[in-house]
Design a protein around this ligand. Structure first.
Ligand code: NAD
Length: 280
């Protein structure tokens, strides 16, 4: 079984970013990472994103707010970041604490700086197949991996486990744009392994450690693992039991070392595209 490595895809995106910026004369584009509280998941994603921006020669600044921040104060601080001309793009780490109205922030974020596709305007564009907006980075990262390894999508049966607004749903639209025939599975899907086995491409985005084993994978399927979980020994793992697919799937992404590295690379490319569009 071939291992689809995120680092190789990320390196190719780095070259694209350098190429996009070859005539750029100003300070390098700056990413604002907005975090409320200290959730370990957020801190880990933040570290990865800052490191990636630095390694791509881009700027990143973290705007950290206390977990207890009042809604009005947060909205007013967020607006300042939104309007800061030195900030080309924003990544809001979510979920926000429950006393903050996330829906309102999704509407407040400037769509031109909304690099992770959370605003209604960008979501509508993803669903319309309009590439002038920004799709959620993880969903786009899955397409990047498939394309980087020359995996044909047109006419292929693609099965996604998960229907969240961050991964499953936008990814279904991106696959549809590539002319795949898409099935979306969720907690109420009957015969999940049988439904998944029909997929020539299987994408696991359920958030369930090592749930997907050989009984879910069709012969010679391409399996993409979006999950980021912790196993019973406290080790990082995906939704897919990678080793169990040997002899069944043709290719699969590992965790760590798969989609995650590509997600932050897509974020970097979105940052550069946002900066170029804002300055054109
Ligand atoms: P979520 O909890 O919002 O959604 C999970 C989806 O999976 C739901 O639609 C649910 O119906 C479905 N699901 C859950 N358990 C299932 C089961 N047993 N059978 C069938 N369907 C099931 O999660 P999310 O935000 O979409 O994230 C999914 C996973 O991807 C998580 O592990 C998350 O950490 C990871 N993630 C990774 C990246 C990345 O860059 N690689 C980015 C975002 C999220």
């Amino acid at each position: 079984m071939k291992k689809l490595k995120g680092a190789e895809v990320s390196a190719a995106i780095k070259s694209q970013v350098e190429n996009l910026l070859k005539d750029w004369k100003k300070d390098k584009p700056k990413l604002a990472i907005v975090r409320v509280g200290e959730r370990p998941d957020d801190l880990s994603y933040e570290r990865g994103a800052v490191k990636k921006m630095e390694s791509f020669g881009l700027r990143a600044q973290v705007y950290a707010f206390p977990e207890t921040i009042e809604e009005e104060e947060f909205k007013s601080c967020f607006q300042k970041i939104n309007e800061d001309e030195d900030v080309s793009g924003i990544l809001l780490l979510r979920p926000l604490p429950s006393h903050l109205n996330e829906k309102q922030i999704e509407r407040q974020i400037d769509p031109a700086k909304d690099l992770d596709g959370i605003s209604p305007e960008n979501i509508a564009k993803v669903f319309a197949g309009d590439e002038t907006g920004f799709a959620p980075c993880t969903a786009e990262a899955v397409i990047e991996v498939l394309k980087a390894y020359d995996i044909e999508l047109s006419g292929k049966k693609a099965v996604i486990i998960g229907r969240s607004m961050v991964v499953g749903r936008p990814l279904s639209m991106l696959l549809l744009k590539e002319n795949a025939t898409v099935t979306i599975c969720h907690t109420k899907t009957k015969d999940l392994p049988g439904t998944c086995r029909r997929g020539e491409i299987l994408i696991a985005a359920a958030g369930r450690a090592k749930m997907v084993n050989a009984s879910y994978a069709g012969q010679d399927a391409v399996v993409i693992d979006v999950g980021i979980n912790v196993d019973e020994n406290g080790k990082l793992c995906g939704d897919v039991d990678f080793d169990s697919l040997e002899g069944t799937a043709a290719m699969a992404t590992p965790v760590p070392g798969g989609v995650g590295a590509v997600t932050t690379a897509v974020l970097a490319r979105h940052l550069v595209l946002a900066a170029l569009r804002q300055n054109s």
